[in-house]
Design a protein around this ligand. Structure first.
Ligand code: ZN
Ligand code: ZN
Length: 107
């Protein structure tokens, strides 16, 4: 396997991904999914690439939620020890995304 196209999504942004562990059949979904980036199975620690990914969309019909609360919930649900992206950056990749955005806004 090459590292170049290990995932269906090949963009540079965070996206939504679905994972299924081939060893123990555990399935999970994550809103902190990245291109060519694995997450480890919580049960057997296998490195699993998402079999399905799609871009995060803001739904107009969705009930308004405070963005900070939403992010906090996602960070709590996201185990950085099991995420390749988090390991690479040494922090939670959801925060990384936010910081990146802030940096980009500065001239
Ligand atoms: Zn597993
Ligand atoms: Zn992560």
């Amino acid at each position: 396997m090459t590292n170049k196209q290990s995932t269906p999504y090949q963009g540079s942004s965070r996206c939504f991904g679905k994972y299924k562990c081939p060893k123990c059949n555990r399935a999970w979904a994550s809103a902190c999914s990245w291109a060519n980036t694995w997450q480890q199975c919580n049960a057997c620690k296998s490195k699993v690439y998402p079999h399905n990914q799609w871009k995060l969309k803001k739904r107009k019909n969705q009930k308004p939620t405070k963005p900070d609360e939403d992010a906090d919930a996602k960070i709590k649900g996201h185990i950085k020890e099991l995420c390749e992206k988090c390991r690479i950056i040494g922090s939670n990749c959801l925060k990384y995304f936010k910081l990146n955005k802030k940096k980009a806004e500065k001239p």
